[in-house]
Design a protein around this ligand. Structure first.
Ligand code: ATP
Ligand SMILES: Cc1cn([C@H]2C[C@H](O)[C@@H](COP(=O)(O)O)O2)c(=O)[nH]c1=O
Length: 209
């Protein structure tokens, strides 16, 4: 049985999750808290390989159900190899995206059905849902504008979806929040990096105190 705390970070493209989660992880390290920073899809060798297959711009023919199953497969391996052992060791596990991404992106935006995608993920996660989820609340337009402004990142197959797809992702997340109101805590992600980091830090601190 897990002894640690499993915290996931969710939101649309460019919401600032990766930027802020790194800072939160650094602060936990400075405080001497045993913490693990990881991401989905990825975090371990096999899941990073699956990530490359899913996000490759050249794989435009990928079927929606194949996509959902690949995310679930990467998740299963990541959980068994990294997340569960860390939780059993008492770590605070910070994970950049998890099952709610599948529900919003594949379940709602791809039109596979939130319940259907939850059902294949139930097999993958075998009962392990996050203790807490922080949702970075920002419009898809603002998130995509941040990515465009930075010019640092190569656009992947999901980034390159239509604006309507990203609006559907946001609507999907809204429905997922209604399904899990106690677990998912929205924060305003529209401020500066410093402002959002402070909000997230305070929220994480409230989970671990
Ligand atoms: N609060 C912020 N204000 C302005 N720019 C930001 C803010 N947070 C992050 N950025 C910038 O926006 C871009 C996207 O940020 P980041 O990669 O952290 O987002 P993300 O939520 O992880 O996105 P994705 O899920 O698409 O990978 C980066 O260039 C980052 O420097
Ligand atoms: C876990 C997960 C992710 N996605 C999408 C969301 C993003 O477009 C990419 C991951 O890229 P990031 O830069 O690391 O955020 O994958 C998804 O559609 N379904 C999922 O389950």
């Amino acid at each position: 049985m897990a002894k640690g705390i499993f915290i996931t970070f969710e939101g649309p493209e460019g919401a600032g999750k990766t930027t802020v989660i790194k800072e939160v992880y650094n602060r936990l390290q400075q405080q001497g808290k045993y913490s693990v920073l990881t991401r989905e899809p990825g975090g371990i060798r096999i899941a990073e390989k699956i990530r490359t297959i899913i996000l490759d711009n050249d794989h435009e023919e990928m079927d929606g159900r194949t996509e959902a199953l690949l995310y679930a497969a990467a998740r299963r391996q990541h959980l068994t190899e990294k997340v569960v052992p860390a939780l059993e060791d008492g770590a605070i596990v910070l994970c950049d995206r998890f099952v709610d991404s599948s529900l919003a992106y594949q379940g709602y935006a791809r039109g596979l059905g939130i319940d259907e995608v939850l059902s294949i993920n139930e097999f993958a996660i075998d009962g392990l849902m996050p203790d807490h989820t922080i949702y970075f609340d920002i419009s898809p337009e603002a998130g995509l504008a941040r990515i465009a402004a930075s010019g640092e990142r190569e656009q992947n197959r999901l980034d390159n979806e239509t604006l309507q797809f990203h609006k559907d992702v946001a609507e999907g997340y809204r429905l997922v929040q209604k399904m899990f109101p106690k677990r998912i805590q929205p924060i305003d992600a529209g401020g500066s990096v410093e402002e959002v980091t402070e909000t997230v830090w305070k929220t994480v601190a409230s989970f671990i105190s």
